[in-house]
Design a protein around this ligand. Sequence first.
Ligand SMILES: Nc1ncnc2c1ncn2[C@@H]1O[C@H](COP(=O)(O)OP(=O)(O)OP(=O)(O)O)[C@@H](O)[C@H]1O
Ligand SMILES: [Mg+2]
Length: 385
Amino acid sequence: MTPARPILVREETLDPSFVPPRLVHRDVELDLLRRRYREALSKGLPFHLMLTGGVGSGKTALARRLASDLEKGGRLGGFPVRSAYVNCWRRASDRTVMLDLLRTVQVSLPDRGYSLSEMLDVFEQGIRKNPAHLLVLLDEASSLVRQDTKLVYLLSRSREVGLGSISLVLVAVEDLFPYLDPASRSSFGVTHRLSLPPYDRAALVDILQARAELALRPGSVDRETLDQIARIAAPSGDARFALEILSGAAHAAEEAGSETIEAEHVRRAKGSLLPTVTETQLESLSTHELGVLLALTRTLKRRGAATSSQKLRTNHTALLEELGAPAMSRTTFWRTLKELERDGLVVLESGASGESNTVSMDELPASLLTTLLEERVGRGRSRKP
Ligand SMILES: Nc1ncnc2c1ncn2[C@@H]1O[C@H](COP(=O)(O)OP(=O)(O)OP(=O)(O)O)[C@@H](O)[C@H]1O
Ligand SMILES: [Mg+2]
């Protein structure tokens, strides 16, 4: 037997630090920002920006893409554009952020009690050695801004304070405007604030598709599987979570010797990222719920990411026969399915024609859940009647 061909052919492109060449579904925002920067910089003016949006909404990717596009765009207003990126998450003080900024202009100071203004002097010399318009990106800026920062004010008034030409980009999950001092607020008026909406399921599919084309062997994943992943990540609109599942599923598929990523690999990846179904939860299910869930995991083990409710009911009836249990009415079957949906264990989506719904389950690998459920059903134990 020839070994399975690898799936992850350019895994480094799924690394969080990789900035994709194209950000699907963010073209509008990117174009708008490029235009604003070009307009301002060609007049020799800086442009400050506050970029906000939920976790995984593409803030960092958008800010970095913008910075590198502007850097490549050549001279603006007589100066080349250079960018400096600092993640402020663990460096939430003016001085620690400043130490990082100094490194970006190729000066380094030992971290030995220099005052902020001394550091700014050195920073200014650094910029002057290599004249450029500096685009300073302060990512994860919340904790910095929530403290008494002077740096935001100083960087947004770089001309007045004799720092040269600097545009400041503040990136954060929450709106930072309320935390800014009145003087800094004037730099972040409405046209200087952009909030990214969360990605919806369709956008997540396109993002996954674009990233799969970069990272995976062609033909190793189909759109249905990407949609399964998007469905899992859609409630949070988090592209990072979606990409983590894709990467985990690709690994799971390779480990299983499969040439393609299947629904089962996605469930496995999701299960290891977020083990949301616990044994305790299973313990609290009624006999009815356990039975329907077991029929579902068995169905999914054989079939794809989702099944029709009719198919599920057929398999469930067969399961009850196998267990020697009495048959279940259609109404009870539906009620049970609805209960499982309420518990967050299955996802129901209504199809075009009334009762032909699709039923899916992304919580855990179906194979693992089948084993757990078979044990439980076998023991005939459950709390609820
Ligand atoms: N439109 C897009 N097209 C392709 N990849 C994207 C897109 N948006 C986000 N990504 C990818 O999704 C991941 C998360 O995006 P990013 O890190 O920019 O989110 P974020 O808003 O900064 O999240 P956080 O608040 O957690 O820092 C990254 O790997 C990024 O490359
Ligand atoms: Mg980020």
